[in-house]
Design a protein around this ligand. Structure first.
Ligand SMILES: [Zn+2]
Length: 252
């Protein structure tokens, strides 16, 4: 089992990384914390780096101590752990409470388990050369199209028919895309935040190119390519020119 990863904050002075990555001997988890809109009261005294650190640590504990538990159960328990860490200090009924995407890949004996919650996809490379991208794109399909009014996002967050993120509701774990495949059918897996997948979404790269780069040169090269593309290319209206970027590559 070989796991490598790279994570970088957006190259903006003073910027703290709101992505997070944590791995163990046979698993890796990638998180992308959501930034609350400017001027919105989240009801939480903590910031996004705190949230992803708490969630990453809770996932680490769960993955390290419950190797046979299903990944939705692992994530639900981790979310409950984060809730416990600030339910006495913060208003966790606030719909703008800090949140995060979650992508997890775990080798479990002869199987590979994956989980994707919100827009941090996982790409599985088959031994037959096929590529399977597990992409929870529910945030791309909210009513009315982008840009979404804040009230719409608030009303659809962690609601049936809307989209799901890791925040204050453990039930979100059971809305994630998750599954298991035979490890013998997969040669490698790429996990990435949307700060990296913008290479595909905006800058004309293919998933095949991303996976080839991760396999041949490593995840850090993907982030180099993102920064180059961000400086040379056009970002869509209203989008950040730079974003925090994380990629993890797993092979065996
Ligand atoms: Zn809090």
């Amino acid at each position: 089992m070989h796991i490598s990863y790279s994570t970088e904050p957006a190259p903006v002075p003073g910027r703290r990384n709101e992505d997070f990555v944590v791995s163990g001997p046979d698993w890796v988890a990638v998180l992308d914390g959501a930034t609350a809109p400017a001027g919105v009261d989240s009801g939480c005294i903590h910031d996004v780096p705190w949230l992803v650190g708490q969630l990453g640590a809770a996932l680490c504990r769960q993955l390290a101590t419950r190797p046979a538990a299903g990944l939705p159960d692992v994530l639900a328990a981790a979310i409950r752990g984060v809730v416990a860490a600030h339910e006495d200090t913060c208003d966790l009924s606030n719909v703008d409470s800090p949140s995060s995407t979650v992508a997890i890949v775990r080798r479990r004996e002869s199987m590979v388990d994956y989980l994707v919650l919100c827009d941090s996809p996982v790409a599985l490379v088959g031994t037959d050369g096929t590529l399977t991208v597990v992409d929870d794109d529910r945030t791309d399909h909210l009513p009315g199209g982008r840009p979404y009014p804040l009230a719409l996002v608030q009303s659809l967050r962690n609601r049936a028919g809307g989209f799901w993120v890791a925040s204050t509701n453990p039930d979100a774990a059971y809305e994630a895309l998750s599954g298991s495949v035979d490890a013998a059918s997969v040669t490698g897996v790429l996990l990435a935040t949307d700060g990296v997948t913008r290479l595909v979404e905006w800058f004309g790269h293919t998933w095949e190119q991303l996976v080839d780069t991760a396999a041949s040169t490593g995840p850090a090269e993907l982030i180099e390519q993102v920064r180059t593309a961000e400086l040379a290319g056009d970002t869509p209206n209203g989008a950040k020119r730079h974003d925090d970027a994380t990629a993890a590559w797993v092979r065996w």
